[in-house]
Design a protein around this ligand. Structure first.
Ligand SMILES: C[S@@+](CC[C@H](N)C(=O)[O-])C[C@H]1O[C@@H](n2cnc3c(N)ncnc32)[C@H](O)[C@@H]1O
Length: 280
């Protein structure tokens, strides 16, 4: 396990992932019934954008700092989530600290909701425990796929599983496909969010074909292509697969995607953010 999210925190993928996660959870919270939020690959929970690792890649400059330079009100909730971990530590108008998905989700918890976090890397799991100490979150240090299958269905009537692996293992996509199929058989109405990087289009297309074969209905695919032309062999952006997205979320999605595209477009590119049903 070499991947450390501290090198990448607050990049463009985090902006898209965290703003859509906030919108999705808020849409589910229109109803009062309790939610269990399960984060299978949680990371550290909080990152220092001025720290050595973040500074080495400088990725936040193309992500959260662009979102902060933008004024579209559709990104207000995202900016508020970042601001709330920076109350004591700001750096001019720019945030110094970046909240990972555990902190983003903890901020949204109502009294009736539960948050379950999982991180396998020993150092990151320890950092996560410490960062989340003042929240009601339960923190596990297990294999993500074992935990995912073991915890569904949750005890609450509804819930969301967030799956955000580093894709450093060659079988990552295969493990997700198998676990998603098994989890869906146990919990057909659960909401699942799966993050993925867009590198070679062929790998991505093949994976989508395999996922489509699971026959899972209400399967949405959101893709963020950063550049106007695909750049061979490099990171071209990222996407989210969302199983069972709530209606209020899909209705609000088109202007939100346009806001994210405009805020994150790299110099000289328009970029593209799309949402299509893999199956309806
Ligand atoms: C992309 S980061 C997570 C970022 C986090 N979800 C966020 O949005 O702030 C992926 C994390 O998964 C952890 N990880 C990798 N393989 C894992 C596994 N099999 N089980 C649990 N955690 C794993 C890594 O240590 C890393 O911290």
């Amino acid at each position: 396990m070499n991947y450390r999210h501290s090198f990448h925190a607050g990049n463009s993928a985090d902006v898209v992932k965290h703003s859509l996660l906030i919108a999705l959870i808020q849409a589910l919270q229109i109803k009062q019934s309790a939610l269990t939020l399960i984060d299978t690959h949680a990371g550290c929970g909080l990152y220092d954008l001025l720290g050595d690792q973040a500074q080495r890649t400088g990725e936040a400059a193309q992500g959260v700092l662009r979102a902060f330079a933008d004024t579209n009100p559709l990104l207000d909730d995202y900016r508020a989530a970042v601001k709330s971990v920076n109350e004591a530590a700001s750096h001019g108008d720019e945030p110094r600290l970046y909240p990972g998905s555990p902190q983003v989700m903890a901020q949204l918890l109502r009294q009736q909701d539960f948050l379950v976090l999982n991180e396998k890397h020993p150092e990151d799991a320890q950092a996560l425990r410490s960062v989340m100490r003042s929240t009601p979150a339960a923190v596990h240090q297990r294999d993500a796929y074992e935990l995912w299958l073991a915890l569904v269905p949750p005890r609450t009537p509804r819930g969301v599983v967030v799956v955000d692996p580093p894709y450093e293992q060659t079988d990552e996509r295969a493990r997700i496909t198998t676990t998603l199929g098994a989890a869906h058989r146990k919990w057909a109405h659960g909401v699942t969010v799966i993050w993925y990087p867009l590198k070679e289009r062929a790998t991505h297309t093949r994976w989508k074909e395999q996922l489509a074969k699971l026959g899972i209905p209400k399967f949405l695919s959101v893709e963020h292509w950063l550049y106007d032309e695909e750049q061979p062999g490099i990171y071209n952006g990222a996407g989210l697969f969302i199983v069972n997205p709530p209606y209020a979320f899909t209705q609000a999605l088109p202007p939100m995607l346009e806001a994210l595209r405009a805020a994150l477009a790299p110099e000289g590119h328009r970029g593209k953010l799309t949402a299509d049903w893999l199956s309806e």
